[in-house]
Design a protein around this ligand. Structure first.
Ligand SMILES: CC(C)(COP(=O)(O)OP(=O)(O)OC[C@H]1O[C@@H](n2cnc3c(N)ncnc32)[C@H](O)[C@@H]1OP(=O)(O)O)[C@@H](O)C(=O)NCCC(=O)NCCS
Length: 269
């Protein structure tokens, strides 16, 4: 392998995830044909990211996350973006799906990433400062209140209780996989209620707590949402193409700029 940067294009791309030859494909060393016969999609998502086959409980939690985020109707920002593109460009489903994915971010579907960072930092600080979990959560809520920062993983436009959160946390406890991550987000929900205002933990917050306990890094908090939501966006795309008219989205517009006016000589010059 060359160490000369000029030869970089000749260097092989390193990967520890997937390998293949003329007749075989292996994910993390496991034969894809065997995985196809014996595993679920959720298990393979876990395997690809974590490098090992999950236990039955871990698989159940990943499955539950993927199901929880699979769809939330046409009003979710990613679905609005997808349908807006699909209504104007009916020849490129991939463009509409890509537009939907691009709408996933800090406010919609991607809050798990930032929430996982907060959990990790707060739990590290709690350990080094000898804080209890409740004290660490209270400090995060107090800091957010003082700086008027929105805490990722809390609040929802439509749910006063997010049914996905309730179920996911229950499942984590049933499977005996709820650890400091889950306990921290529960403590943070309480502290947010005390220090800011009662805000429900949303599905991104619950996913962050569970993924922390399963040993995933923050990035996966957003990536797993994308993996799941593409299923719902795809179904909605087919519905849009087959049931709706082209160019059906008509956004009401209120113009409040200048009235029509002549272009004067100095302006033309
Ligand atoms: C999801 C979200 C966009 C909903 O926003 P919304 O409909 O405007 O929220 P509400 O009407 O319930 O509440 C608005 C007020 O509560 C506050 N608030 C809402 N969510 C908050 C949060 N996560 N942390 C702190 N304060 C929050 C707002 O600052 C606002 O206060 P203000 O009126 O003084 O400006 C919002 O809760 C949010 O930004 N959450 C964090 C991002 C997140 O987790 N997104 C994933 C959603 S599944």
């Amino acid at each position: 392998v060359s160490s000369n940067p000029a030869d970089a294009s000749l260097d092989p791309w390193r990967t520890a995830i997937t390998n293949s030859d003329d007749t075989g494909i292996w994910y993390r060393g496991y034969d894809v044909a065997t995985l196809m016969r014996t595993s679920s999609f959720a298990e393979v998502v876990f395997l690809l990211h974590h490098g090992r086959i999950p236990t039955a409980g871990e698989r159940r939690l990943i499955d539950a996350i993927l199901i929880a985020v699979a769809d939330h109707g046409p009003g979710a920002p990613s679905a609005v973006a997808m349908r807006t593109v699909a209504t104007g460009n009916r020849q490129a489903p991939e463009a509409a799906i890509a537009a939907g994915v691009l709408a996933i971010g800090d406010a919609h579907g991607g809050a798990g990433l930032a929430c996982l960072k907060i959990i990790g930092e707060a739990l590290d600080r709690a350990k080094s400062d000898g804080q209890s979990l409740a004290e660490a959560a209270d400090q995060v809520a107090r800091d957010a209140a003082a700086t008027r920062r929105r805490l990722p993983g809390f609040g929802h436009r439509t749910h006063s209780t997010d049914p996905r959160t309730v179920t996911l946390l229950q499942l984590a406890r049933e499977e005996r996989l709820a650890g400091p991550g889950v306990e921290f987000v529960v403590a943070l929900e309480r502290a947010v209620g005390d220090r800011i205002k009662p805000l429900p933990m949303n599905v991104d917050g619950a996913i962050a707590g569970v993924l922390y306990d399963l040993g995933f890094p923050p990035l996966v908090g957003k990536l797993i949402f994308i993996v799941g939501r593409v299923a719902g966006l795809g179904a909605q795309l087919v519905e849009e193409y087959t049931r709706e008219r082209p160019m059906r989205v008509k956004v009401p517009v209120a113009y409040d700029g200048p009235a029509p006016r002549p272009l004067t000589e100095p302006e033309i010059a």
